[in-house]
Design a protein around this ligand. Structure first.
Ligand code: NMX
Ligand code: MLT
Length: 440
């Protein structure tokens, strides 16, 4: 079978030629007007980015290289074990636009396992982190430290030609994706170790006979086949959500200054760590657990509704609900909910997830302020993780981040392939708005 690099090398020249034609034909096409409100309003609705690997439809949800999630999941190759797709297959798809064969995905799996090493001093740095340092901060810290071995940064400094940049970028992206399970598992083991127990130290390493996700599960200390499958699904579906979300956009803008993939991805993780973005998966499970503590196991929908209303009245958001672009239930929520209904139908927290779905959209829709009252990706994921014994909520966003590497590094690599320039939109001051539009 082809290696991913061989296939990319074949695809890149053709795609670049397509893009030249697209730009010649449509380069002057108008993508819409920008109002002052849009500039104050988080740039909502402004189309200002090219992101080759995925596209978000407000009604239908994410399409990954034109494939919707429900259509794609059954088609992605399965590995030697388990019944859920290997995230490696998703990576291949995002980078090439092609669903890989099983052999191609397994080849990529083996390649990632080979690349899965971390410099010992970075392991030491992680071992020295206080257990109380948030796992996302530790992740960002370690990824920044891995920049020490960036092949792109070295090649750039040595003055390699511009049209070869992507080759070095590709190497860094694959190396980084390969290192992430090891880094993230070390963080998990350190933050969950018993009081007074020593940090992981030496001895945590990738098993070349396992897939990327299987390795991650095993290094974290999880052994069950069902956990492995749940993690494969989680890592596959959280990978990408077009280019404008905070994490992808951050990766894109940082990389546009030709910062290497390590620096770009560490910045991306800092954005994902915000509670309105990826941290919402942590917030969401905490919310459900607290609600259960207060309402017990047999709460009625009326009690859930009263609880939700009180939270909103206190000025807090309901985590796991709402979206800046989506206007319907997130298909990533649906897919996790269906998985949970099949594998953990009696979990009391799942019952509450279902009750929230019956109550929250109606409550949020009242008054018309919230533009999307429906659940997003984070509304169900914590219940799955918790069910299989991964109960440390402050670790949940790390799992999101490991998955997100597949998408943001693919999108960013394609930006480098296309030679997109440094990103630099124009900003205004409020005085300038008045000068432009106000009375003389
Ligand atoms: N609960 C309560 N209020 C909400 C919610 C919610 N879930 N969602 C939106 N609103 C409020 C929002 O705070 C804003 O209020 P105000 O004008 O007083 O500032 C108003 O509704 C309008 O917001 P929208 O235009 O609907 O949403 P926006 O595009 O600004 O923000 C989110 C999108 C996702 C940040 C927002 O819906 C939210 O805060 N949701 C809860 C947090 C969450 O689940 N985030 C995860 C998103 C997915 N991910 O993983 O990244
Ligand atoms: C994501 O997966 O990045 C979130 O749904 C947030 C977004 O798309 O803005």
């Amino acid at each position: 079978p082809n290696t991913l690099h061989q296939r990319m090398s074949e695809i890149v020249p053709n795609r670049l030629s397509d893009i030249r034609i697209i730009r010649t034909k449509y380069g002057k096409g108008n993508l819409g007007n920008v109002t002052v409100d849009m500039a104050y309003g988080g740039m909502r609705g402004i189309v200002g980015l090219i992101w080759e690997v995925s596209l978000l439809d407000p009604e239908k949800g994410i399409t990954l290289r034109t494939h919707s999630l429900p259509e794609l999941l059954p088609r992605l190759p399965r590995g030697r074990r388990g019944s859920e797709p290997m995230p490696e297959g998703m990576l291949w798809l995002l980078l090439t636009g092609e669903v890989p064969t099983k052999e191609e995905a397994l080849g990529l799996s083996a390649e990632l396992a080979k690349r899965g090493v971390v410099e010992p001093w970075i392991e030491d740095v992680l071992d020295q982190c206080p257990k109380t340092l948030h796992p996302m901060t530790q992740l960002s810290y370690a990824v920044n430290a891995c920049q020490h071995s960036s092949k792109f940064a070295k090649a750039y400094a040595s003055g390699v030609p511009k049209d070869t940049y992507w080759q070095y970028y590709f190497e860094d992206c694959l190396d980084l994706i390969a290192k992430l399970p090891l880094i993230a598992a070390r963080i998990y083991r350190n933050v969950t170790r018993a009081e007074g127990a020593p940090p992981v130290g030496r001895g945590l390493s990738v098993d070349v006979s396992l897939d990327w996700s299987g390795n991650f599960a095993r290094m974290m200390g999880f052994e069950s086949d069902e956990f492995d499958d749940m993690l494969r699904l989680f890592l596959t579906i959280h990978c990408d959500h077009e280019g404008g979300n905070v994490s992808a956009h951050t990766c894109h803008v940082v990389s546009s200054a030709l910062a290497d993939p390590y620096l770009s991805f560490a910045a991306c993780m800092n954005g994902l760590a915000g509670p309105l973005h990826g941290l919402a998966n942590q917030e969401c499970l905490l919310f459900i657990v607290k609600m259960r503590e207060e309402l017990g196991d047999n709460a009625s929908n009326d009690q859930v509704e009263a609880y939700v209303r009180a939270i909103i009245k206190s000025g807090q958001v309901i985590p796991g609900y709402g979206h800046a672009v989506l206007r319907k239930t997130d298909p990533r929520y649906t897919c996790q909910k269906e998985w949970a209904e099949m594998h953990l139908p009696d979990d009391p927290l799942l019952k509450l997830v279902g009750q929230l779905f019956e109550v929250v959209p109606r409550v949020l829709a009242e008054g018309g302020k919230v533009k999307n009252p429906w659940p997003n990706v984070d509304a169900a994921s914590g219940v799955l993780l918790n069910h299989y014994g991964l109960k440390e909520t402050n670790y949940y966003t790390v799992l999101f981040g490991v998955s997100r590497a597949l998408g943001v590094l693919s999108g960013t690599l394609w930006a480098r392939i296309c030679g997109l320039p440094i990103e630099r939109p124009k900003s205004l001051t409020s005085e300038e708005v008045v000068r432009l539009f106000g009375p003389e």
